[in-house]
Design a binder for this molecule. Structure first.
Ligand SMILES: [Zn+2]
Length: 79
């Protein structure tokens, strides 16, 4: 009798682990691939002073121009 109880316990544990694993598995993509949400390309801007390209979020804007750093922003477009 104890053997069967043990067997039932083992099966229950295996079943629980299996269900856990199923839940953690990544879902297969349903249907056509949707719009990519991550890693959207950031717009690049050009420093009006030295011409280096940099992400817009890191650029300094002044008078409608973008600059790579504070020094270039102060020096202006074509100093
Ligand atoms: Zn620059």
């Amino acid at each position: 009798m104890m053997k069967y109880l043990l067997l039932a316990a083992v099966i229950a544990v295996v079943y629980a682990l299996w269900r856990n694993g199923q839940r953690r598995m990544p879902r297969p993509p349903a249907g056509p691939r949707g719009a990519p949400q991550a890693s959207l390309p950031e717009p690049m801007v050009r420093c009006a002073r030295c011409g280096v390209h940099l992400p817009q979020s890191q650029a300094l804007s002044h008078d409608g121009h973008s600059y790579c750093c504070e020094a270039h922003r102060r020096q202006g477009r074509d100093a």
